[in-house]
Design a protein around this ligand. Structure first.
Ligand SMILES: NC(=O)c1ccc[n+]([C@@H]2O[C@H](COP(=O)([O-])OP(=O)(O)OC[C@H]3O[C@@H](n4cnc5c(N)ncnc54)[C@H](OP(=O)(O)O)[C@@H]3O)[C@@H](O)[C@H]2O)c1
Length: 239
């Protein structure tokens, strides 16, 4: 039987790279999107052409709406009976120092970056009898840099949740995380934006999307690993 994984925010960028990699590993991949319907359908068609034994269905959900989040696994695409794995990849990345952060901005950043993965993880645990989850973090969780305070605090919470859930949900479930360094500039930012981060990394190199995807694949496939965080970051977390 084919194993099925749902990847949030997988229509493009890092999520799409993870989808392509896991598809090549033999997974059936459910592609989640919010606004990027065309890109999700294009990726689904591309994968179906390459791997005709699978369907690569798409599913829409606004992860800032917790009612929609809590009902997501109850409305999986036709033909998908259960999930074996979940990759919490979707995120928002907005700047704002502690001084600049309003209550509504904090709730918004926490919503997609922490609350949604929290309740998807909870639903996954309550909906299926076993499985594996990978949360996408950020190598900057080891720092206290406050330029994106709400985002970073959400990712720090997600790191703590990864370990807490790994312990709580064992032995039937494994929960791990990947903490990327500089992979792609944020949407609408140039490569220059990324360059100053890349130059600061010990390895002086941009992180390839395929290295992130391979890290996710490793965590999903290694049945002895839980509560682990792979820093796939050109050494950024060491600074
Ligand atoms: N890019 C990097 O260099 C980097 C560095 C460190 C960590 N990371 C982490 O790696 C992961 C992937 O990075 P990325 O740069 O590829 O992410 P991204 O492009 O910023 O976001 C991925 C997807 O998240 C979805 N999303 C945003 N708000 C949503 C909402 N309200 N409901 C549902 N989906 C929503 C969007 O889907 P739609 O387009 O369908 O709306 C978007 O395409 C993220 O968790 C990020 O924090 C990335």
């Amino acid at each position: 039987m084919k194993q099925t994984v749902l990847i949030t925010g997988s229509a493009k960028r890092v999520g799409a790279a993870i989808a392509r990699f896991l598809a090549s590993d033999g997974w059936e991949v459910v592609l989640h999107y919010n606004h990027s319907r065309d890109e999700a359908l294009r990726l689904s068609n591309e994968l179906k052409e390459t791997y005709s034994d699978r369907k690569f269905p798409v599913i829409q959900c606004d992860l800032s709406n917790m009612d929609a989040v809590l009902s997501l696994f109850g409305r999986l695409p036709e033909g998908i009976e259960r999930l074996h794995a979940l990759v919490n990849n979707a995120s928002t990345f907005h700047s704002g120092t502690i001084e600049e952060t309003s209550p509504s901005f904090l709730r918004k950043e926490m919503g997609v970056n922490f609350e949604a993965p929290f309740f998807l993880l909870q639903s996954f645990r309550n909906s299926f009898d076993s499985g594996s989850v990978v949360n996408m973090l950020d190598a900057k969780i080891t720092s206290n840099e406050a330029s994106h305070a709400a985002y970073l605090l959400a990712k720090k919470n997600l790191q703590a949740l990864t370990k807490m859930a790994a312990l709580s949900f064992a032995p039937a479930f494994r929960v791990n995380a990947v903490a990327p360094g500089p992979v792609l500039p944020p949407p609408r930012k140039s490569d220059e934006y990324l360059k100053h981060v890349v130059d600061r990394t010990p390895l002086k190199q941009r992180v390839d999307t395929s290295d992130i995807a391979a890290s996710v694949s490793f965590l999903l496939n290694n049945s002895s690993v839980t509560g682990q965080i792979i820093y796939c970051d050109s050494g950024l977390h060491l600074l």
